[in-house]
Design a protein around this ligand. Structure first.
Ligand code: UDP
Ligand code: MG
Length: 336
């Protein structure tokens, strides 16, 4: 059915001939405080892996500047000059959000690299886990998820809302890795497959498991943000959660339908009750119950409308087929 059936085979062959090139993709939004700390650690990771002969010395770090308003791009520019060939920079013309920035980086990175690892700029994810991811890739895995073992450094609120979210996703039937954020390794063919998912409302954690191929897991402890502050305030976190659910599950709409049925049954019951009261001569119908039911039913109707509206909004943004990001500049000097 798929026209791409023969493509993966070719890539496996080319990968086994030579040592793979790895690109570490880092989305950055106002990360001027943390980049000077992140860069040496990621370079050390590349060196360690290259010395062990696991990745090619041509491997590189790719910073994606997601329309930052601080000096992030200037820092990236400087790093590409300081470390020619080993540091690359992709500048997006505007802020498009973490998920789309990451996708832009993966697409660009996979043009030159056989393997990509995506990691946040704040290095809350353990770079030592990258070694184990590459090991699994060398054994034939196409996707390796980084899974958080402990969240001791997250606030009580963040930890519990995140766990509740994973549980809710599971109950709604969304196939996603428990406790996995966007720290993962993907082979080139996995990224190419990912690019065929054309949706604008991107929730990568839900899409990647759908790609298939051999998938592995690596466990690590999540650390504290090295510098700067979280770029995911509560409002963005909630929007992200709603996006994740409504992009992958139509269960909420179905729930509205069942709610409608239940309410019809309740109304029928009340109708019978009123009829009986009428026939037996007790016609004083309570004002309280009337007002209560008006408010309650209106509330439920509005809630239902809201849920349906969320999906219509999604369809609205999808059918427009707007480009997901605008990569304006790419910087990577040749290896010396
Ligand atoms: N990020 C981005 N665009 C945005 C918001 C965040 O590229 O609009 C990046 C950010 O620079 C970081 C990653 O997404 O590399 C995760 O953000 P953060 O660490 O602030 O999230 P948290 O760990 O608090 O969930
Ligand atoms: Mg973080």
């Amino acid at each position: 059915m798929r026209s791409s059936k023969t493509r993966p085979l070719l890539i496996i062959m080319s990968q086994s001939d030579s040592i793979p090139v790895l690109a570490i993709v880092v989305p950055c939004y106002n990360e001027q405080e943390v980049l000077p700390l992140t860069n040496p650690e990621l370079l050390a990771t590349l060196d360690r892996l290259a010395t062990a002969g696991k990745i090619s010395p041509k491997s590189f770090i790719l910073y994606v500047n997601d329309g930052s308003r601080d000096a992030t791009w200037e820092i990236i520019e400087r790093l590409t000059e300081e470390f020619p060939g080993r540091v690359a920079g992709l500048d997006l013309a505007a802020n498009v959000g973490h998920q789309k920035a990451l996708l832009a980086g993966l697409e660009k990175g996979a043009e030159e690299a056989d393997l990509t690892v995506s990691i946040d700029a704040d290095l809350q994810d353990d770079t030592a886990a990258i070694d184990r991811m590459v090991d699994q890739a060398l054994e034939g895995a196409d996707i390796v998820y980084g899974i958080r073992q402990s969240r001791a450094t997250d606030t009580w609120f963040k930890r519990n809302t995140a766990l509740a979210f994973y549980r809710l996703m599971k109950r709604l039937g969304v196939k996603s890795e428990y406790n996995h954020a966007d720290f993962r390794l993907m082979s080139r063919r996995a990224v190419e497959e990912l690019m065929r998912y054309g949706e604008v409302n991107l929730f990568l954690r839900g899409i990647v498991p759908l790609i298939g191929y051999r998938q592995g897991r690596v466990y690590y402890d999540r650390k504290e943000r090295q510098a700067g502050e979280s770029k995911y305030p509560l409002k963005k976190m909630l929007a992200f959660a709603v996006d994740g659910i409504t992009s992958f599950s139509v269960k909420p709409v179905r729930m509205v339908f069942f709610m409608g049925i239940i309410f019809m049954l309740v109304a029928l019951g009340i109708g019978i009750y009123v009829a009986i009261r009428h026939l037996t001569g007790h016609t004083t119908v309570g004002w309280t119950s009337l007002v209560l039911s008006v408010w309650f039913c209106s509330g439920v109707i509005l809630l239902g409308l809201g849920i349906v509206g969320e999906y219509i909004g999604k369809i609205y943004t999808e059918v427009k087929h707007r480009p997901r990001y605008n990569p304006s500049r790419y910087l990577r000097r040749p290896h010396p």
